[in-house]
Ligand binder design. Structure first.
Ligand code: SF4
Ligand code: MG
Length: 329
């Protein structure tokens, strides 16, 4: 609720303060129990900072991160939770990162890597082995591989190890940050299917962060689009792809490679220009320098994120007037 993560920035020869980067600037976002929310946008728009805020990798500047444990009544504000509370929640909320090559320690066996959160909790070695064997089976790795080291595995297998390590403690919420982006296309599809199967098996809730809309399209119940620290559109997944309401969303959709021949050659809303310097964002709508529909009002007034029909939200002054192209389901 109204989450802000502002960072002081210094630079130049004398390291003088050059400004404040508003990496997350007043975000309201809801992730319901058991669903997948895809969080998309170009790199540098604040997605990862937002994801990491939930695990308190960074201290929030202001706002709330309301979290409710499954089966437990009270809301906890993670933005202000004590270190003890965050430790207690360590197994409730887990993160999966992008690169399976750097997120595994080359000197740890698969048993040690996957079992790490259990060993850290003092679980007996025999029980760790049983639980690691169970989760390896679930992610499609043979339990006989437990004594092996990461170098013996392919990128896709390593990412399965990383996923197993996140899930071995039976979390409730998984923040997946570019979890399949480093994988090649066929392995990526398998891994996405695996993550969906695991969601059903373990009743997981996902915040699925990706710069790649084609990835979130297949896994998300809702999609949130982020631009320069703010959510600019939020909608059920099928609707946002069929009929985007924000010009930035439409540009991201237009950039998805199209496989269907009858869609090739459709007009494309090219995304030109770059994401602005986050310490000097443009006034008004931050997307206006790149928007084909920008008007005088867009250059002056910040469009608030406002509710639209069908449980949708958009931050664009002209959302009602624009007829933006989407792609059929
Ligand atoms: Fe474009 Fe204006 Fe909408 Fe911003 S508010 S996305 S500049 S039309
Ligand atoms: Mg799902």
């Amino acid at each position: 609720r109204n989450l802000k993560m502002h960072f002081g920035q210094s630079g130049g020869f004398f390291r003088q303060k050059t400004g404040v980067v508003k990496a997350v600037d007043g975000v309201d976002l809801t992730v319901a129990d058991g669903e997948t929310v895809g969080l998309v946008g170009e790199s540098g728009c604040g997605k990862s900072t937002l994801g990491r805020a939930i695990l308190r990798v960074y201290e929030p500047t202001s706002g709330e991160i309301r979290y409710r444990r499954r089966g437990a009544g009270d809301w906890i504000d993670l933005a202000r939770a004590s270190p003890k509370t965050m430790t207690d929640l360590r197994n409730d909320i887990r993160m999966i990162f992008q690169d399976p090559f750097t997120s595994l320690n080359a000197r740890q066996t698969v048993l040690e890597a996957i079992g790490q959160p259990l060993f850290a909790r003092g679980v007996a070695r025999s029980e760790v082995r049983d639980r690691v064997a169970m989760i390896m089976g679930k992610v499609g790795l043979r339990p006989e591989f437990m004594p092996r080291y990461p170098h013996a595995f392919s990128g896709g297998e390593r990412q399965r190890i990383v996923i197993a390590r996140a899930l071995v403690v039976e979390p409730h919420l998984v923040v997946a940050d570019e979890a399949v982006s480093a994988l090649d296309v066929s392995v990526r599809a398998q891994t996405l299917n695996l993550l969906q199967d695991l969601q059903d098996d373990f009743n997981l809730t996902y915040l699925f962060i990706s710069h790649d809309l084609s990835v979130v399209k297949h896994v998300s119940d809702h999609v949130a689009v982020m631009y320069v620290g703010r959510i600019v559109e939020f909608a059920p997944s099928a609707e946002i792809f069929a009929r985007p309401l924000h010009p930035y969303t439409a540009s991201l959709i237009a950039a998805i490679p199209v496989s269907s021949p009858n869609l090739r050659g459709r007009p494309r809303a090219e995304l030109t220009g770059e994401i602005p310097d986050p310490s000097k964002p443009p006034p008004g709508c931050q997307f206006h320098p790149r928007c084909a529909f920008a008007t005088e009002a867009c250059r002056k007034d910040v469009p608030p994120l406002r509710p639209m029909a069908g449980g949708r939200q958009v931050a664009c002054h002209h959302a009602e007037e624009l007829e933006l192209a989407g792609i059929p389901a």
